[in-house]
Design a protein around this ligand. Structure first.
Ligand SMILES: [Zn+2]
Length: 391
């Protein structure tokens, strides 16, 4: 059986999008790129470019045009009706937008000027970033890190299909950076049919491990899929998190049932809407199930604990094409003598080991390991060391 036969379809029902230049045309395109006006991408746009080029953002074939932009902002769908909860745009300054025209090619370059991709400009349009932020994040508050990113993005958008010319420089964790075609092939090679993805931007504590393993009880394999694009400054750095994931999988997960790979996307802190995006992207990576915990992709107190779970009711299961698995907060309960949740434990909070994120950070900073029922000692050691080294 071929990989294609075995794999679920990409989001939107079609094939995975592939926006990489064919080897035979790469040199000619690279020469063409040197003749073009360049548009510089920052870290977030580079992450979007990588997600687009690899097919992780299928069915998108480039930065969005106005019709897709408006409908995704206002109705969480593309113009075609396919679910898509967050606009993916390339913002440029007004003077640059005015100097360009639809129908032209531009070179997308990184901050060192290296030409990475060609964008065939199909449309140039202007948007209201404040309105976009309020629609996507449910708030216009500039203290919200996602809002801050959006409202500081220029209002003019360049839309169009992109072709990636080669590797994106500065990519990290290459050994673990599998693209959607590669994760699909890896699942097929392992014989997995039901694959559950776990999105994370945090170190894995016992509560996360419990949820992953509960899901693994009904699936063939687990894709531990940390996001390694830009996060806000007080999140644990990706390099430290990767150490914790590796040791956890090594010591506590069956080798033939769990896999670690990284996702290049950046964190938008879009709460419910980002939960939908995270699920769609995991479908593209070949997963059939997706774990949604409490306050998924949330930040501060902007979202209700269950908002990111409830939002899935707005889409028909077949149009999402990936099954969300909703989980409650979990904890170790001394009376149960086990990990449990509000769904399974009849005892009171006095029996439950519940520590806030703030409290855990305080302990780690003081060189103190959280109790082993909260964090595996091997993980705690890595986090204490990282805190001591000031990361
Ligand atoms: Zn209990």
């Amino acid at each position: 059986m071929s990989v294609a036969d075995d794999a679920i379809s990409a989001h939107g029902g079609g094939e995975l999008v592939d926006l990489k230049a064919m080897p035979a045309e790469r040199d000619a395109l690279a020469r063409h790129a040197t003749t073009l006006t360049s548009v510089t991408l920052g870290a977030r746009e580079l992450a979007d470019l990588e997600m687009l080029a690899s097919g992780a953002f299928s069915p998108l074939t480039g930065f969005m045009g106005e019709a897709d932009y408006v409908r995704s902002r206002d109705a969480m769908r593309l113009e075609s009706g396919t679910p898509w909860p967050i606009p993916i745009t390339l913002g440029v300054e007004e003077n640059q937008a005015r100097a360009l025209a639809a129908g032209r090619d531009v070179a997308l370059v990184d901050e060192t000027g290296r030409r990475l991709a060609i964008l065939k400009v199909s449309e140039i349009y202007r948007v209201d970033r404040q309105r976009e932020a309020e629609a996507v994040f449910g708030t216009g508050d500039a203290d919200h890190p996602g809002v801050k990113n959006v409202v500081t993005t220029p209002a003019f958008c360049l839309a169009g299909r992109v072709v990636l010319l080669g590797e994106i420089p500065g990519r990290t964790f290459l050994e673990y950076r599998l693209e959607p075609r590669q994760t699909r092939a890896a699942f097929a090679a392992r014989g997995w049919k039901k694959i559950v993805a776990f999105q994370t931007r945090n170190p894995t504590h016992r509560a996360h491990e419990y949820i992953q393993k509960a899901a693994l009880e009904i699936c063939d394999g687990l894709l531990l899929h940390p996001l390694v694009g830009e996060t806000k400054g007080d999140d644990v750095p990706a390099a430290v998190r990767m150490e914790t994931y590796k040791i956890l999988l090594d010591l506590y997960y069956p080798k033939d049932r769990a896999m670690l790979s990284v996702m290049p996307a950046y964190m938008r802190y879009g709460g419910p809407r980002e939960a939908i995006l995270h699920a769609i992207v995991r479908r593209n990576y070949g997963c059939t199930h997706f774990i949604v915990g409490r306050d998924h992709a949330g930040v501060g107190n902007y979202y209700g604990s269950y908002d990111a779970q409830k939002i899935f009711e707005r889409f028909a299961p077949q149009e999402m094409g990936i099954t969300p698995l909703m989980f409650e907060n979990t904890f170790f309960c001394r009376a149960c003598g086990a990990m449990a949740s509000y769904k399974t434990c009849p005892h009171g909070d006095e029996d439950r080991l519940i520590l806030s994120g703030t409290k855990v950070r305080e302990m780690l900073r003081a060189g103190q390991s959280p109790p082993p029922e909260f964090t595996r000692p091997e993980i705690a050691a890595i986090l204490v060391r990282a805190m001591r080294n000031g990361s």
